[in-house]
Design a protein around this ligand. Structure first.
Ligand SMILES: Cc1cc2nc3c(=O)[nH]c(=O)nc-3n(C[C@H](O)[C@H](O)[C@H](O)COP(=O)(O)O)c2cc1C
Length: 166
């Protein structure tokens, strides 16, 4: 077996592509996150990992809530817009032409056209290296209809080939 460069190792696991919505005192923001996954069934918990310099981290730390919007395979452009500019420099909802509607239980809006929108309240927060791990309890969830999910691996976008269970 050959050695794997550690920077490459960090990108070897395929991830979903999500838009994390946050809101605090009138500032709404959205950023792309691949490091997001479910981590408990009862209670239903989701974990997201936010780099320490992101505006998103500040807004979640203040508001104690966020929305996970799960992207479909045809949403690469939105992912790039929200994943390459900070909300400190631009209103990404406007820049990415995102259609939104109010959430039920949190202040950040839901993004239309996604596979699902998960409204979350923060139940735990940990500093993990250069990221903050926020664990959120899903307090409301919305189905955007079944389509192929968008996947990110080795810093490239990919589609999932769904196979029947063996
Ligand atoms: C596909 C993709 C996945 C990303 N995953 C994460 C992630 O899991 N955590 C993170 O902090 N940044 C991630 N980023 C980078 C942020 O989206 C980016 O730095 C963004 O500009 C931060 O926005 P903000 O300052 O408005 O919060 C990702 C970017 C892309 C394109």
């Amino acid at each position: 077996m050959e050695a794997l460069d550690i920077d490459k190792a960090l990108n070897i696991m395929p991830t979903p592509v999500t838009l994390i919505g946050s809101s605090w005192q009138g500032t709404d923001n959205v950023m792309t996150a691949g490091w997001a996954m479910c981590c408990s069934v009862k209670p239903p918990l989701v974990s997201v990992y936010i780099y320490h310099k992101q505006l998103t981290r500040e807004l979640i730390r203040q508001s104690r809530e966020f929305v996970v919007n799960v992207l479909a395979s045809d949403q690469v452009e939105v992912s790039e817009t929200c994943g390459t500019i900070s909300g400190r420099k631009a209103d990404k909802y406007a820049k990415a032409k995102l259609q939104t509607r109010p959430a039920e239980k949190v202040n950040a809006p839901l993004i239309e056209g996604c596979l699902a929108n998960l409204e979350c309240k923060v139940v735990a927060e940990y500093e993990v290296g250069d990221h903050t791990l926020f664990v959120g309890e899903i307090v409301a969830a919305h189905d955007g209809g079944r389509r192929d999910p968008l996947v990110y691996v080795e810093q490239k976008y990919a589609d999932i080939l769904l196979k029947p269970k063996a």
